[in-house]
Unconditional design. Structure first.
Length: 191
């Protein structure tokens, strides 16, 4: 990890250095299964992953090394700092998959989907770009729809019962299904 992380680490001063278009971002990539899968399927796409937990970063680095991925960059830290550093219209997709639901009423203010982050998403996405959200928590799905509708800069499309194109099941999704929860896959297109 010590040798690979410096090679793929993203610099917040110039977060797009060396990243050719198209560019996709995954926030909170967990174990990195989805990010590595997309990177392998789409070698012409520059993928950036943001993760605040070292164990997740270590797992993604192992996937990068094992698969020989050369189109992945990593931000180890709070994704909000990365969002603030990214230039306008610099990403074609933003994935937020199975984020922490912060289920208690007093915790909901900690949810990643908020007016502030949606403002950043809208600024950072290219015209027609996609914000893709997946969760197995109905309250968070409704929360996200409500916040996106209040923002007004996105249109929901697609069938939320169907996984996104080129989907691979993550460990979080596998656990949800095993425990009887139904995932929802929300696609929002920037207007």
């Amino acid at each position: 990890m010590e040798s690979l992380l410096p090679q793929v680490a993203l610099d917040l001063v110039d977060p797009l250095a060396g990243a050719a278009a198209p560019r996709w971002l995954e926030i909170g990539f967990g174990g990195g299964e989805h990010l590595a899968h997309q990177a392998q399927l789409h070698p012409g796409v520059a993928l950036t992953g943001a993760e605040a937990f070292l164990n997740g970063v270590a797992k993604l680095l192992a996937e990068i090394d094992e698969r020989g991925l050369r189109n992945v960059r990593v931000h180890y830290g709070d994704a909000r700092a990365l969002l603030e550093a990214l230039p306008d219209q610099s990403m074609e997709r933003i994935y937020l998959l199975y984020p922490d639901p912060w289920p208690k009423e007093r915790q909901k203010k900690r949810r990643f989907v908020s007016p502030a982050t949606l403002g950043h998403f809208h600024r950072v996405l290219t015209d027609g770009g996609l914000f893709l959200f997946a969760s197995d928590i109905p309250d968070y799905v409704n929360w996200t729809r409500d916040h996106v509708a209040a923002h007004g800069g996105f249109a929901e499309e697609g069938d939320p019962s169907q996984p996104f194109a080129d989907w691979t099941r993550t460990r979080y999704e596998s656990k949800a299904i095993r425990e009887g929860r139904t995932p929802a896959y929300l696609t929002f297109r920037k207007r």
